[in-house]
Ligand binder design. Structure first.
Ligand code: ADP
Ligand code: MG
Length: 393
């Protein structure tokens, strides 16, 4: 995989550069509640502006069916200006060409929601034309939107000279190190609620990693497949056959699958209910498995100590509710310590996973934490992301 970066753009003074960013931040009553994505866009936008380009940021907000103010990028213009530390001009689609023509080298503008064009998500050539008419060059810095072949994420890369932004570059480098050409042994932690949402991830990983650590609600389906009575636990009983097939595929690929052998159970799902730590074969009919047990967690820590690379998606337990974050927090801290010591490359992604790592206070200690949700999962499934493929030369 080779692609051009900002280093390959040459002299861009006075050139109009269309930059696709992911500024799709959570909004509550028109206020940004988490500006992570705005901050992630800063390096590329600032660098292009410093180099004298006319920077035209393309972004989407939410899933508008029709153009409406609650999905306008105008809502994030001021917050983006604040993190960027320089003025950002909001430009709507009506005034696009005229407003862009008035911009000076170094200016930064945020264009209106790309999804206000119905054709954006259909990769419609007419919409690509509309965007392309505004710029001379294209930079894609939105890895997290790269799993969609939309006009602003894929189509434009074929129409204008295309480059990867700094954030895209960092993401591709980190993910390449973790699964592309990793140092072995490689461990993967896959947790979360359901097997059904991560079947393709599991199927791909068994061919790639040496240790597959399965936790979270989905471990219950695997335990059930092995004949364990999981009581009232979240469990997809109709998928035990599929779980069996994944275990067989892992066997053939010499991938060791680690399922919990002790678990934390409760009869009620609420903060700090009475709990028991039991062997998986001792779960009561009225009990739910809500976390991996301490003995299994310690054994998993020992597995990580033998590994050089770790990819992590999905919490090991129902981490939002105390004390069912214990296994996730403990294993995340082990991974963080190994990373600090330099013995482990650790890459994590997924909305709840990132929240859990923040809760454990270790997100900064991981080698790389991806802010991409869907794109990260598709990458873990071994799929080619259209927005990335279009940058490939
Ligand atoms: P991500 O967003 O990182 O990809 P998921 O969305 O797949 O992760 O899974 C996260 C959810 O899984 C969390 O809400 C968590 O509470 C839930 N979960 C984890 N373990 C269990 C369990 N044993 N029982 C029920 N829910 C669980
Ligand atoms: Mg989630």
């Amino acid at each position: 995989m080779t692609y051009k970066t900002l280093d390959d753009m040459g002299d861009i003074r006075g050139k109009r550069v269309l930059v696709r960013e992911d500024l799709n931040v959570p909004l509550s009553e028109a206020k940004v509640t988490d500006d992570t994505r705005l901050r992630a866009a800063v390096p590329t936008v600032a660098e292009l502006s410093d180099k004298g380009a006319i920077v035209l940021v393309l972004a989407h907000i939410g899933r508008p069916k029709v153009p409406s103010p609650e999905f306008s990028t105008a809502l994030v213009t001021k917050p983006f200006e604040a993190v960027l530390g320089r003025p950002v001009q909001y430009i709507d689609w009506e005034n696009g060409p005229k407003a862009v023509a008035a911009l000076q080298p170094g200016d930064v503008a945020l264009l209106e929601n790309t999804r206000f064009f119905g054709g954006e998500e259909k990769n419609d050539p007419a919409v690509i034309d509309r965007f392309a008419a505004l710029g001379d060059l294209y930079v894609n810095d939105a890895f997290s939107a790269a799993h969609r072949a939309h006009a602003s994420t894929e189509g434009l890369a074929h129409r204008l000279p295309a480059f990867a932004g700094r954030q895209m570059e960092a993401e591709l480098a980190a993910l390449g190190k973790a699964l592309g050409n990793p140092e072995h042994p490689v461990a993967a932690v896959v947790g979360g609620a359901k097997v059904s949402t991560k079947l393709d991830v599991l199927t791909h990983l068994v061919t790639k990693v040496d240790h597959l650590i399965i936790g979270g609600g989905m471990a219950n389906t695997f335990l059930a497949a092995r004949g364990v009575n999981v009581g009232k636990s979240l469990c997809e009983h109709d998928l035990t056959g599929t779980a069996e097939q994944i275990l067989e595929a892992a066997d053939r690929a010499n991938c060791t699958v680690h399922l919990p052998y002790d678990v934390v159970v409760a009869t009620e799902f609420r903060p700090n209910p009475p709990t028991r730590i039991v062997n998986v074969h001792e779960v009561g009919a009225d009990e739910m498995i809500l976390d991996v047990g301490p003995a299994a967690t310690e054994a998993l820590a020992d597995v990580l100590k033998t590994c050089r690379t770790l990819v992590w998606n999905g919490p090991l337990g129902a981490f939002e509710t105390a004390p069912f974050d214990a296994a996730t927090v403990s294993l995340a801290r082990t991974a963080a310590a190994l990373t600090r010591e330099g013995s482990l490359v650790s890459v994590a992604g997924g909305g709840d996973t990132v929240a859990a790592l923040n809760q454990a206070g270790v997100a900064d200690d991981f080698t790389f934490v991806s802010t991409a949700g869907g794109a990260f999962l598709e990458w873990m499934e071994g799929k080619e992301l259209p927005g990335v493929a279009a940058l490939n030369r």
